[in-house]
Design a protein around this ligand. Structure first.
Ligand SMILES: C[S@@+](CC[C@H](N)C(=O)[O-])C[C@H]1O[C@@H](n2cnc3c(N)ncnc32)[C@H](O)[C@@H]1O
Length: 262
């Protein structure tokens, strides 16, 4: 890693607009920076659930004036790993999309295989694979959707460090690591894999140069950076939730309440 200070947008100005429970929470700063860096015209997510990762991509697009669209594909029924959930999950995602991202988001409530026909080959700039996490399912999703990614486009894989139960994204990603040139893995949280499809005219940015440098020291420091960035974001959120009126040091006479209302 060069001695130049890396000070990405997630540290400068990112405040998550949507926060729901998801193991994706560890990768929000990276997702925000990646979208800001590569400025995708077409984003597709396979596996949306309550939309934490999806709406992070959308937020980065809107806040950085990126002229693109984002497709969220999910049956919104749940799967063997999330368990089944009720319709309120979809309703909530739909409402958030309408309120904040009207005109740039499309929710396709269907199975991944059914959605394939809606996308041209070599068209997707950023694909996120986050459906069922068995080895077979991840392999199938990748095989079906990789042709849809444009040369030079990026594919993200969530849960590449999760080795519980029959999770197998980690195993499939290890196979890709052995055969793919431009590939990178964040180890923190449940892991996030990043792959760039060969060819085309890849967007060259400070972040993509760090991701695909192939230099062990640069890779190590990038991993450390985004692990710290996730902790920093969470600590900052917690600090903001801490209100003076809850504190033993809160001013007496209701000033804490007044401060909150102002
Ligand atoms: C791990 S969750 C997605 C998590 C989400 N990306 C986040 O930020 O928290 C997986 C989702 O994929 C969906 N899913 C799994 N297999 C699917 C398939 N073949 N077609 C459509 N949806 C699927 C499930 O309904 C579930 O909502």
């Amino acid at each position: 890693m060069s001695s130049k200070i890396y000070f990405p947008p997630s540290l400068q100005r990112y405040e998550p607009r949507r926060m729901v429970f998801s193991t994706w929470v560890d990768h929000l700063p990276f997702a925000y920076d990646l979208v800001t860096a590569i400025r995708p015209g077409l984003v597709v997510e396979l596996g949306v659930y309550n939309g934490l990762s999806f709406f992070t991509f959308c937020q980065a697009m809107v806040e950085n004036d990126i002229d693109g669209v984002a497709y969220a594909i999910d049956c919104w029924e749940g799967d063997e790993h999330t368990d089944a959930y009720d319709d309120s999950v979809y309703q909530d995602v739909q409402q958030h999309a309408r309120e904040h991202y009207r005109g740039i988001t499309y929710l396709l409530r269907m199975y991944f295989n059914e959605a394939l026909r809606h996308f041209e080959d070599n068209s997707i700039d950023l694909l996120h694979i986050d459906g069922l996490h068995t080895y077979e399912a991840v392999k199938e999703d990748f095989s079906n959707w990789y042709p849809k990614v444009r040369p030079g486009g990026i594919v993200l894989f969530h849960d590449v460090m999760a080795k519980l139960k029959d999770f197998g994204a980690w195993k499939f990603f290890e196979e890709l690591e052995a055969s793919h040139g431009e590939i990178f893995k964040f180890n923190h949280g449940f892991g996030l894999g990043v792959l760039r499809k060969p060819g085309g005219a890849p967007v060259q940015t400070e972040l993509t140069e760090l991701l695909f440098s192939g230099e062990p020291e640069t890779e190590k420091r990038l991993r450390q950076f985004y692990s710290h960035a996730a902790h920093f974001l969470e600590a900052r959120r917690q600090a903001k939730r801490f209100k003076p009126k809850d504190s033993a040091y809160a001013p007496k006479g209701g000033q804490g309440k007044q401060a909150e209302e102002n």
